[in-house]
Design a protein around this ligand. Structure first.
Ligand code: SAM
Ligand code: ZN
Length: 374
């Protein structure tokens, strides 16, 4: 199906939702983000018995339909700033509106968040699926989220957070982003770091439930906690050595001494960003049987990789870099992982890049082992 199939009166199906796209923005390729959102919301509802949702940038309303039909949401506030969405949206959401489970508005998402805050009306799940950077919603979306609730943020501005526009990343995250081979993971971590810092400034904290890079979009699902959890260890810097290709987290206290532990070359430094866990392994583990029951086998595979990468160091090595630096053919990912594990290192695939591994070994060890595989 084309990315934006604008023909009216054609019905599309995704999960249990049936909807028209009309003049709305809809990408079938983003279904994975909606599927994972649905799984997290299902768990939330079964844990707490409640699910009130804000779908702040709803487009054609597909997320609203899915949270209503698949997660049993009690109430959904669907919103889009574009009033031209009205005919298609209200047609798509007719059943949810008639069943008194949904209201639709056409306003700027930030106005909606402030309105919730003003009325002390806090939601279990706030889904913000905008274009470009999420920066202007980081602190405001928190204002509409219940303590213990979920916040699901999107960024499509990969250029900024992967180090191609470091001045923009200063504006967006108060952080300087540099380019390196693991920069897509950095983009997720800058986003988490940005919201962690915003939450901390309100005396709150966020815990990543999952962090997802789809190849185009960056998506983070966070739980809002009543206490700050930012520390100088989990919120800091990432150093990359252009000389040997190795990484090292850099704490605030060590900012004066940022050179490579192997060859003393000065590191290029990005941050501050989130250096803690990329996902909650426990929540991801609970999402897998649900996906299995629904027959979403691709999602089960994805979640298994996410579970295993959750607590690895905050970077990965691409097989291309290992091959290039070792002046050898690119090693097979599964062989390299198994060999590292056999030597006592931790090693896993990463969902962020199918041609990369995460490990606690340094890159020189990966190269040495890669050579032995031939
Ligand atoms: C990426 S599309 C949403 C896609 C939809 N959530 C889905 O899963 O198919 C982004 C939508 O946000 C709307 N939008 C952009 N800026 C907004 C803002 N500041 N407040 C509310 N809606 C906004 C756009 O009109 C567009 O429909
Ligand atoms: Zn080095």
């Amino acid at each position: 199906m084309p990315e934006t199939d604008r023909e009216p009166f054609i019905f599309h199906t995704e999960g249990q939702a049936k909807f028209q796209i009309g003049n709305a923005f809809y990408r079938q390729a983003s279904q994975v983000t909606r599927d994972l959102g649905v799984l997290a919301a299902m768990l939330y509802k079964s844990d707490t018995g409640s699910l009130r949702v804000i779908d702040a940038m709803t487009g054609c309303g597909v997320r609203t339909l899915r949270y209503w039909l698949e997660c049993g949401a009690d109430w959904i506030w669907a919103n889009d700033s574009n009033p031209e969405m009205q005919p298609i949206l209200e047609d798509n959401l007719r059943g949810a509106i008639a069943s008194k489970h949904c209201q639709v508005t056409y306003t700027d998402a930030n106005r909606l968040f402030f309105d919730c805050y003003n009325r002390r009306d806090y939601y279990d799940l706030v889904d913000v699926d905008g274009f470009g950077s999420a920066a202007s919603y980081l602190s405001t979306a928190l204002r509409a989220t219940k303590i213990g609730g979920l916040l699901y943020l999107t960024s499509t501005d990969g250029r900024t957070a992967t180090g191609h526009a470091p001045l923009n990343s200063l504006s967006a995250y108060g952080a300087y982003a540099r380019c390196h081979p693991a920069s897509q993971e950095q983009a997720l971590r800058l986003l988490i770091g940005g919201i962690q810092q915003a939450a901390a400034s309100m005396g709150l904290g966020v815990e990543p439930i999952f962090s997802l890079f789809t190849g185009q979009t960056y998506r983070i699902m966070l739980k809002l906690n009543a206490k700050p959890c930012i520390t100088s260890i989990n919120y800091g810097f990432l150093g990359y050595c252009h000389h040997c290709g190795d990484y090292q987290p850099v704490s605030w206290q060590k900012l004066g001494k940022v050179s490579c532990r192997h060859d003393d070359t000065p590191l290029i430094v990005s941050g501050p960003m989130w250096l803690g866990q990329l996902h909650s392994a426990e929540q991801i583990r609970r999402m897998q049987p649900l996906a299995q029951q629904l027959g979403w086998l691709q999602r089960v595979k994805l979640l298994a990789i996410m579970e295993s990468e959750a607590d690895f160091p905050p970077y990965f090595y691409t097989l291309g870099e290992i091959g290039r630096r070792g002046k050898m053919d690119i090693p097979k990912r599964s062989h390299l992982i198994r060999s590292l594990q056999a030597l006592g290192y931790r090693a896993t695939a990463t969902h962020i890049n199918a041609q990369a591994i995460k490990t606690d070994a340094d890159i020189a060890t990966c190269i040495r082992i890669g050579r032995l595989l031939y």
